[in-house]
Ligand binder design. Structure first.
Ligand code: SF4
Ligand code: SF4
Length: 377
């Protein structure tokens, strides 16, 4: 297969990819704020009820939430890929190691593997298991010496999808109108080359039907101007859908561009894999930086510093207030008079959220009822 060179802004260099660079008119994206995830798995169940309740889908979780560093779905997915890439150096913001396309064995599109059936059987393995230990007499410091965090994951609807590039049947396609990556169920013959190539292991094989399936980004909702199921049902309000542009076309009035390109607070998952994934994460503030750098790239430290300053930056705070506040797709935003205002694609106002919620403190002694009251915060 001919190998082209394409521009990958997340690793700040050109890289090898089997096809030419083609950008969709709009690119589906989302930001997940890890600091707010409580691993309630509401997103996981919402997705399951919507899409994977059928035969052969019993162990299929298009949305999963795993505890890092010891949780994996499927088992050891990221450590296996990281191992196969060898040393992953960055020079500043430029990645100088190999992507999965550049590390591909001869005759293959990408470095990868097909998980064993049992690797999918324990989606909650390692849940709540912390890393590290506390010596006698120690007290809490930040970053924490003992830590874990929750990593919610869906298909990244990558700009350079490995699944698509590996399919010998050309059954996988990226929609021009929104960049959503889909498998044509009629063309798929279940060869699983897509599953082998996807480093995030977000393609699943249905052994009942003999074909592969994956997250469809709730496209019937997206087409109606609504956010996905996993996003609107999120209890922690950690997620926000939107369109993303490349950095040179970044629009400061677009919430995703603002968080990713302007504030640089939301980062891609394992950018060194080379797929330009489009789910972005605000990294957890309590975790040692070397681990975060490996997972989110060299911007992790700066992102946390910026995040910590959110309270004194009303525009930034305003965008964070829009997370989980409505079902509609937010195409634009503005912060005015202590309110975050969200707009739809046509520039119509769809919601206003106050930056500070009002609080009412009741008197401790209630004269009328002759009783003491306790305020609960
Ligand atoms: S995350 Fe995997 S399945 Fe999803 S588009 Fe990227 S390569 Fe394909
Ligand atoms: S619903 Fe939200 S808070 Fe709950 S596990 Fe999913 S991402 Fe985390």
């Amino acid at each position: 297969m001919a190998k082209n060179r394409v521009k990958n802004w997340q690793i700040q260099r050109e890289m090898v990819y089997p096809f030419e660079e083609v950008r969709p008119q709009k690119q589906f994206a989302a930001v997940f704020d890890i600091n707010k995830c409580i691993a309630c798995q509401t997103c996981t169940m919402a997705c399951k009820h919507a899409w994977t309740g059928g035969r052969g889908q019993e162990y299929m979780w298009w949305n999963n939430v795993e505890t890092k560093p010891y949780g994996f779905y499927p088992l050891a997915w990221d450590v296996r890929i990281l191992d196969s890439l060898g040393q992953q150096n960055w020079e500043g913001n430029k990645y100088t190691g190999k992507t999965i396309f550049e590390a591909a064995p001869r005759g293959e599109v990408a470095a990868g593997y097909i998980p064993e059936e049992m690797d999918w059987a324990y989606p909650n393995i390692g849940e709540d298991e912390p890393h590290g230990h506390i010596d006698q007499g120690e007290y809490i410091t930040v970053p924490h010496k003992v830590w874990h965090y929750y990593l919610p994951r869906i298909c990244n609807h990558c700009s350079y999808p490995a699944c698509l590039s590996a399919c010998p049947r050309k059954a996988i396609y990226k929609r021009e109108e929104d960049g959503i990556v889909l498998i044509d169920q009629k063309r798929c013959r279940g060869y699983r080359d897509c599953l082998k190539a996807c480093p995030y292991k977000k393609v699943y094989f249905n052994s009942e039907t003999g074909i592969s399936e994956k997250c469809i980004a709730c496209y019937p909702l997206v087409e109606q101007g609504l956010q996905t199921q996993c996003i609107t049902t999120c209890i922690g309000r950690i997620r926000l859908n939107g369109w993303i542009h490349t950095p040179e076309r970044a629009d400061p009035g677009n919430p995703i561009d603002y968080l990713v390109h302007i504030k640089k607070v939301a980062l891609p998952l394992y950018p060194q894999f080379g797929l330009e994934p489009n789910i972005y994460y605000i990294p957890p503030v309590h975790v040692p930086f070397p681990y975060l750098r490996q997972m989110f790239g060299p911007g992790a430290e700066g992102a946390i510093k910026t995040y910590r300053g959110a309270y004194s930056d009303t525009t930034f705070l305003g965008v964070l207030m829009l997370f989980g506040s409505m079902e509609k797709w937010v195409a634009g935003f503005k912060v005015e008079r202590e309110e975050a205002i969200a707009y739809d694609e046509k520039g119509r106002e769809i919601l206003k959220v106050p930056l500070k919620e009002s609080a009412f403190v009741r008197p401790f002694w209630d004269e009328k009822l002759g009783s003491f009251r306790h305020n609960i915060t």
